[in-house]
Design a protein around this ligand. Structure first.
Ligand code: AHR
Length: 504
């Protein structure tokens, strides 16, 4: 058994945790919408065709905000096709499928209400521009008495949707994007769109596209140039990042959250450099609105496109997640909490069937993938204030880093005085005894040690065996005068819930 130490103090804080850190994403892609959230005729479908079993799982996850309708899809999307009685079928050039537009803005807004979540709407800045950006805000948020607000009312929604959070396009730095732009072209169009959108509704918040990955050749210069153009009119910069383990290097894979942390710090530095250059008092924060593991389904997707290009609701990006993916998802969530002063929004991409924590079978069941669990725990217990945990852990080396802490941990302070420690033990073989100093918080008791562990890092959940990788009670430990000693097994995700003694 190895040892690590964590010191926590109630005055040593990072900041308030924005509830939107626990967001997700539904794109018109694959079976996310059709066969995922929406399947009329399914035994679990409600009167609108939404699957109630999926809704229940989404509510359980506590997803605070859902980005919609894309993704790459949005860069060729005409929002007018998705409202009113006439819904044209369109070729979607992002995913080589045919979009029926059966589900559109009104239906999705209804779904978000049923799912107890908030809608984050992405506009098309690929093939379209500021005029359309203005029109969709008028349609969605203006009370009435104008062309587009009256169109919404005629389409059945008397009250405005009141969408607060808007994305100014998607991954506009990527050559794969319809209407791909240079940083300068994008910065200009984002600025003009932002101005007009806020003139229609000054209460909205806007996310400008940062880089679609830290590995883009333009990363850094993209942010600098585009922010120089639109800094005054936007509120957040987006970051996207997906990781994979194609070489089957588990220690290296589990260290990828170090890369995520670097990415966040670099974007924060660039935002603040532009702030300095502009002598501005305004701070731009981050919206990490696509994150996940994504690589399992890549080859399968190529086969699908060879067979069925333009088919509707093709089963694309259906990664089956294993136990090590859940461990990395846990470390990613820990990294967001460690940066909660600047990362205000984060979206697990995506939510159902498409690189998703929730899977369905058409006409069949609905189950939780391995990555469902760390999100569930962080969303449920990682609310309130992010604490700056001092973690003293032995380190290991891997291909990209030589100082990866074996214990990756952070902590949150709930508004009820409870303290939750989130911890991944990255050690392949050894358990750790964690010494946690909680003396600053008064009389706390260990209410629960929740653990996710499996002896096989490649273990997965399926419809037949949905609980193969599922949380269990961890070994726990002792707490005496504010000093806890807890055992965390090799390769495990852990949630240690300490509550004030009176509440236990
Ligand atoms: O989430 C899948 C895709 O990944 C999104 O459509 C795109 O924005 C990103 O490249």
């Amino acid at each position: 058994m190895k040892n690590a130490k964590i010191i926590l103090d109630k005055d040593y804080i990072i900041g308030r945790i924005d509830p939107r850190l626990y967001g997700s994403f539904i794109e018109h892609l694959g079976r996310a919408v059709y066969g995922g959230i929406y399947e009329p005729g399914h035994p679990m479908a409600d009167e609108q065709g939404f699957r109630k079993d999926v809704l229940e799982k989404v509510r359980d996850l506590g997803v605070s905000v859902v980005r919609y309708p894309g993704g790459n899809f949005v860069s060729g999307f005409n929002w007018e096709d998705s409202v009113g009685p006439n819904r044209p079928k369109r070729l979607d050039l992002a995913w080589f499928t045919t979009e029926s537009n059966a589900v559109g803005l009104h239906e999705f807004a209804d779904w978000t209400k049923k799912a107890d979540t908030e809608l984050m709407y992405a506009i098309n800045l690929g093939t379209r521009g500021p005029e359309n950006a203005r029109d969709i805000v008028e349609y969605a948020n203006h009370p009435g008495g104008s062309k587009f607000s009256d169109m919404r009312i005629a389409n059945g929604a008397r009250d405005p949707f009141g969408i607060k959070l808007w994305c100014l396009g998607n991954e506009m730095d990527g050559p794969w994007q319809m209407g791909h732009k240079t940083a300068l072209e994008y910065g200009r169009i984002a600025n003009e769109s932002a101005k007009m959108m806020k003139w229609v509704d000054p209460s909205i918040e806007l996310v400008a596209c940062g880089s679609s990955s830290s590995e883009m050749p333009t990363f850094g210069s993209w942010e600098l140039t585009m922010l120089d153009e639109c800094y005054d009119n936007i509120d957040y910069v987006s970051l996207h990042r997906y990781y994979g383990n194609p070489t089957n290097d588990t220690p290296g894979f589990l260290a990828r959250s170090m890369d995520l942390d670097d990415f966040i710090h670099t974007v924060v530095a660039i935002c603040d450099a532009v702030k300095g250059k502009k002598h501005s008092r305004k701070q731009i924060n981050l919206s990490f609105d696509e994150w996940n593991v994504w690589y399992h389904s890549n080859e399968q997707d190529k086969e699908i496109w060879k067979r069925e290009k333009w088919g509707p609701a093709l089963p694309l990006l259906e990664d089956v997640y294993n136990f090590e993916d859940a461990l990395l998802a846990g470390s990613i969530l820990i990294t967001f909490l460690k940066n909660a002063d600047r990362v205000k929004i984060a979206c697990l991409a995506q939510l159902v069937n498409v690189i998703a924590p929730i899977m369905t079978r058409n006409g069949g069941g609905c189950w939780a993938q391995t990555i469902y669990w760390p999100f569930y725990h962080a969303s449920r217990y990682g609310r309130g204030t992010a604490l700056k945990a001092l973690v003293d852990s032995p380190v290991y080396g891997c291909a990209d880093y030589d100082d990866v802490p074996l214990i990756d941990a952070t902590a949150t302070l709930g508004d009820d005085g409870s303290v939750t420690v989130f911890c991944v033990n990255r050690d392949l073989t050894e358990d750790f005894l964690l010494d946690i100093d909680l003396r600053a918080f008064g009389d706390l008791q260990l209410k629960e040690h929740i653990m996710l562990h499996h002896s096989d890092v490649k273990a997965v959940n399926t419809e037949e065996n949905p609980d193969n990788v599922a949380p269990t009670a961890g070994p726990g430990g002792t707490i005496d005068n504010g000093k806890a000693q807890i055992r965390v097994p090799a390769l495990s995700w852990n949630v240690l819930r300490f509550v004030p003694s009176a509440a236990n």
